[in-house]
Design a protein around this ligand. Structure first.
Ligand SMILES: [Zn+2]
Length: 340
């Protein structure tokens, strides 16, 4: 019998090794199988070219479990860095009528006076990030998350698949980009909410185990008093109590370590789409000065995009401005001394 995690590890290993050109015979729900690997993959995984693959630790062969070096070594088989595809839409219809009314309808600016002064054709990049999220603990939770954002404002958007857009063609821009902070923050939020059930179950199990440990050591402390009525020397009692408490807190530390959550987010792919957009210029006036701020009319969805709070990165239609005119949500503005 195999557990669900072991099954996932088995299918991960089979997929990975086949991808490397290996031949694998490892039926589902079996604890071991056989693999014939190309020399390069065998070298990276530090196993023979013809090898047993198994869930359980082995003296020779390839052990596929979280305690072995398999996951660390397998990582070297993946291509380095983020896989990137760049697309471009040459032209799109841009709204020509006045933006004053649409802006007034979509936005509120509670701490500034804002006037729409015009709109001009512009070009910007939307990024479609695919981020692998993993929580490792006593068990493992994984998911692949998608985050789409306006690379200039950081606003999170729900845009149609760019690969299905007939106007988008592939370009050969090679300039690499690092992981977008806005995308990582959004992915972390998404992972937290999707993993909520997993985390709750883990916490329940930890609470139950904790109670068991406490109960066990409490019983150890109580036992001699109940069984043997004869009085103990106070020093002997104290030493005994101390030893039991020490052992109990060591067990509790072990338990906390076992259940500690080790989260990781790894960007695996990004599609970058350069597209025409309409930049709507706002004249923003606060009591201590004024500035120009742009908002964007998205030519794909034909709607005004929200801005992103410059601190917590949430999308905002009710825009508060900091002293430097950075957009803020109401909560961040309230925490920002002198910001309003
Ligand atoms: Zn905020």
């Amino acid at each position: 019998m195999t557990t669900p995690i072991q099954d996932r590890l088995r299918s991960f290993a089979v997929g990975l090794l086949e991808n490397q050109g290996g031949l694998i015979e490892w039926p589902e729900h079996e604890t071991q199988g056989l693999a014939v690997l190309p020399r390069s993959a065998a070298a990276v995984l530090q196993c023979p070219e013809t090898t047993t693959v198994a869930i359980e630790p082995m003296d020779s062969g390839l052990s596929v479990n979280l305690a072995s070096m398999f996951v660390e070594r397998a990582e070297q088989l993946f291509p380095k860095g983020v896989s990137t595809l760049t697309l471009k839409i040459e032209s799109l219809y841009l709204k020509k009528s006045s933006m004053e009314e649409p802006v007034a309808r979509a936005f509120a600016f509670p701490n500034a006076r804002v006037k729409v002064i015009g709109a001009t054709a512009d070009r910007l990049e939307y990024q479609y990030w695919h981020i692998a999220a993993c929580l490792e603990s006593d068990e493992r939770w994984e998911d692949l998350l998608s985050v789409t954002l306006n690379s200039r404002t950081g606003a999170l958007l729900d845009l149609p698949d760019p690969l299905a857009n007939a106007d988008a063609h592939i370009t050969n821009t090679q300039d690499a980009i690092g992981p977008s902070e806005a995308a990582m923050v959004a992915a972390a939020d998404m992972a937290r909410s999707r993993a909520a059930g997993f985390i709750a179950r883990l916490e329940q199990r930890m609470a139950r185990d904790l109670q068991r440990i406490r109960g066990y050591y409490q019983a150890l402390l109580d036992e001699p008093l109940e069984r043997q009525r004869k009085p103990f020397e106070p020093q002997v009692m104290a030493a005994r109590r101390q030893a039991v408490e020490l052992e109990s807190s060591r067990k509790i530390d072990e338990l906390r370590q076992r259940y500690a959550l080790r989260p990781s987010l790894r960007p695996v792919a990004v599609v970058r789409l350069s597209t025409p957009t309409l930049a709507v210029q706002l004249q923003v006036q606060r009591r201590d000065g004024e500035a120009r701020v742009n908002i964007y009319w998205n030519a794909i969805t034909k709607t005004l995009e929200p801005l992103a709070c410059s601190r917590c990165r949430c999308n905002i239609h009710s825009v508060w401005f900091a002293r430097d005119f950075a957009p803020l949500c109401k909560a961040c503005c309230a925490q920002n001394p002198g910001g309003h």
